[in-house]
Design a binder for this molecule. Structure first.
Ligand code: SAM
Length: 367
């Protein structure tokens, strides 16, 4: 049988002075957690790591650069012993007890608090727009996962991290509204209607998408539909595949010696198409790395438009398919060949193409 070791409680630290004794990494996690709970944090340490010194310099915590004195204990509501040395922590705990101050140990993991309300506290029907990251279930945020665990209904797309659907509560309804190229899809007005109807019925509806809902994800439209229907909307940003997929393929989108920015575009309509809003000549001149999403079918035409706009034919380029997923693939070629190379490799969506010198990044090279 498991022995009870104490009572788990949430301490109401907001607005109260909490003393953190210690200036090392053990203290930093506690300080961040306490600040997130709106405590007035005072750090007591003769020296501190850079992040703590920075918080103090920005006025976000008070820092007394010295050892603990008895006056400190008189002024505080709670003490955290986080020196990193068990004997010193024990001494702090003893001194706090002598002054009748409750003292928490600094050892152990720091619980990561989610920005989402916990599952038990029902605020009524609402829609939570959750960005799920590029597909690997490990790349959803803590808040995203919390929302999924609290959901009554999850409305998801095919590029969402599908493995996290395993985490829903018993009885949660899962609705697949994937838009698969070349197949019958659920129209957007129908998705909007589903979100609104379920929320109106008092349910917590998670709209789970791949990446971030506001990056080519129609999150803005879904928010507007909910707003017009008087439905509360909460937002949980996700890690966009525009950033994560190049990173996982070893491509830093910016590099101090290579560029001063990156541009993310959709390639789902070809250059010259009346629906295209993009100025490819301007993109060719931008000197930023280009990240092309939804561009597999039009990649050769896009590359041709960039070449016509004056981009060097030998500019490095890379296409990454199924980033973060078990079948992740990478094709590298100069701009002039990237369309043909991507096609020859049989790359299919979802894929992202990066154009710019960063596509040839070599971690072993010196910058
Ligand atoms: C409709 S957009 C949605 C983008 C998403 N909201 C985001 O922030 O990542 C779909 C496109 O995102 C890119 N994409 C999404 N997930 C991907 C992945 N795991 N690997 C490669 N590309 C991906 C592809 O270009 C795909 O065609």
């Amino acid at each position: 049988m498991r022995r009870a070791t104490g009572l788990q409680v949430e301490l109401p630290v907001a607005g109260r002075i909490v003393l953190v004794v210690g200036g090392g990494p053990q203290a930093l996690g506690k300080i961040a957690l306490l600040r997130g709970s709106d405590a007035e944090v005072t750090v007591i340490a003769p020296a501190a790591i850079a992040s703590i010194a920075d918080l103090a310099a920005r006025g976000l915590v008070r820092w007394h650069r010295r050892e603990l004195i008895e006056n400190d204990l008189d002024e505080c509501w709670l003490v955290v012993a986080a020196t990193g040395d068990p004997a010193s922590d024990a001494a702090v705990t003893e001194r706090a007890a002598a002054r009748q101050r409750f003292c928490l140990p600094g050892s152990g993991g720091v619980p990561v608090r989610s920005a989402m309300p916990p599952g038990g506290s029902r605020l009524g029907g609402r829609v939570v727009l959750v960005g799920g990251g590029p597909g690997d279930p490990g790349l959803i945020t803590v808040s995203g996962l919390t929302a999924i665990r609290a959901a009554d209904v999850v409305v998801h797309d095919r590029l969402a991290p599908l493995a996290v659907l395993d985490q829903v509560r018993a009885g949660t309804e899962i609705i697949d509204v994937s838009k698969i190229p070349g197949r019958a899809t659920t129209p957007q007005y129908e998705i909007n209607r589903l979100l609104v109807d379920h929320a109106r019925a008092g349910r917590i509806v998670v709209r789970l998408k791949g990446g971030d809902n506001f990056v080519f994800g129609r999150g803005g439209e879904e928010w507007q539909a909910c707003e017009q229907a008087g439905i509360e909307v909460q937002l949980v940003p996700g890690v966009s595949s525009a950033l994560a997929v190049p990173a996982l393929a070893g491509i830093p989108l910016t590099h101090r010696t290579a560029n001063q920015g990156f541009t993310v575009i959709t390639g789902h309509v070809p250059p010259g198409d009346p629906r295209s809003m993009l100025d490819y000549a301007a993109l060719a001149r931008s000197r930023t790395a280009l990240v092309i999403m939804m561009g597999v079918a039009n990649l050769a035409a896009i590359a041709a438009a960039l070449l016509a706009g004056g981009l060097d034919p030998q500019t490095p380029a890379a296409t990454i398919a199924d980033g973060s997923l078990p079948g992740q693939r990478l094709v590298k070629a100069p701009l002039v060949e990237i369309g043909a190379a991507t096609g020859a490799a049989g790359i299919r969506p979802p894929a992202i193409t990066v154009i710019g010198s960063v596509a040839a990044f070599d971690p072993a090279a010196t910058s």
